[in-house]
Design a binder for this molecule. Structure first.
Ligand code: UDP
Ligand code: MG
Length: 317
């Protein structure tokens, strides 16, 4: 029987977890004579009762597995830990808050059986604020323009991945991750299923504007060097304009003499160029910072326990 793993990144989800488990069980119980299921929860350094709940679920149901991270590493790293530890022939990543309905999993599995390697969920309707919707749309538009990867603004991390894709994703070990771009970057045979996104079943979102902005910058800088190219392009254009202007000034000075004037012009040019130089430096700095972090070659995460046991015990066996 084929094994199907469900990867669930969880951070402070004590309220959603019981609902999630119940809903998920409905789906996997109905498929239990076709597939062998495993649930892998990644406890991403939760500060509430999440770990205890996972432990209780594990005691009750051997299909439940959990990895307790040594601290909060963020959802992107949490998913990497999931990819590292799952054993299934395919894995489905899903959030713990039931915004993504487990009921479309059978359809995903059918598409997988049809030979697709990456079946992603596409949102039909988004119950989100206009602000979040439009910034998300803008960001995806920018990333599409800047890099050659195709990222769909209506798709998220809810997807089924074949073993091939999991093994590919495991080799991408950068710590500054934008997993949505990676799915696209690795390629393979993709298709989608549509679903309706719902409100969080309980608890509240862990994303704030700062975190989303960080993810957006990660997304752009880890998949494209276009901002650097843009900076040098603007540099070329300004020096060209400056050169023409210089010739104009010299000729004007020769013909009409050189009375000291033009303070406003001078100020404008200095401020504009100064601002642009700082911006270009900032862009370079953004990339430099990322290079610095990656050259340390630190492992992306550490594991505190696996199913309540010390991870070192697993290494020795
Ligand atoms: N999550 C995580 N680590 C974090 C933040 C979030 O593992 O640092 C998990 C969270 O428990 C949830 C999923 O990532 O299962 C998506 O988070 P959330 O629902 O808060 O994001 P949203 O759906 O609002 O974008
Ligand atoms: Mg959510």
């Amino acid at each position: 029987m084929k094994k199907v793993s469900i990867i669930v990144p969880t951070y402070n989800e004590e309220e959603s977890l019981p609902h999630f488990y119940e809903e998920m069980c409905k789906v996997i119980d109905s498929l239990s004579n076709e597939y062998d299921f495993e649930m892998l929860f990644i406890n991403d350094g939760s500060k509430d009762n999440t770990l205890n709940i996972l432990d209780q679920l594990r005691k009750k149901d051997p299909r439940v597995n959990y990895i307790d991270m040594s601290r909060n590493f963020g959802k992107e790293i949490g998913m990497l830990a999931g990819f590292d530890y799952v054993r299934g022939n395919c894995a489905i990543t899903i959030d713990a808050d039931l915004q993504e309905p487990p009921s479309v999993i059978p359809e995903m599995l059918r598409k997988w059986e049809d030979g697709y390697d990456d079946v992603f969920g596409k949102r039909r309707l988004r119950e989100q604020s206009v602000f979040k919707k439009s910034t998300s749309k803008l960001f995806h538009e920018i990333i599409r323009k800047l890099s050659d990867i195709e990222v769909d603004s209506e798709s998220g991390d809810f997807r089924l991945l074949d073993r091939k894709c999991i093994e590919a994703l495991k080799t991408l070990r950068e710590t500054q991750r934008y997993t949505k771009g990676m799915y696209s970057w690795i390629g393979f045979n993709k298709t989608y299923v549509e679903y309706d996104i719902s409100k969080r079943v309980a608890g509240k979102t862990k994303w704030n504007f700062r975190k989303l902005l960080h993810l957006a910058v990660n997304g752009i800088t880890s998949h494209s060097v276009m901002p650097l190219k843009l900076a040098s392009l603007i540099g070329v254009v300004t020096s060209f304009v400056a050169f023409i202007y210089m010739i104009y000034i010299i000729i004007k000075a020769i013909i009409y003499g050189d009375p000291v004037a033009g303070f406003p012009t001078l100020m404008t040019v200095i401020l504009f160029l100064g601002g642009f130089i700082l911006l270009a430096l900032g862009i370079i700095g953004e990339y430099l910072g990322r290079i610095f972090v990656e050259t340390k070659r630190r492992p992306p995460y550490f594991v505190n326990s696996i199913n309540g046991c010390n991870p070192m015990d697993f290494k020795n066996n």
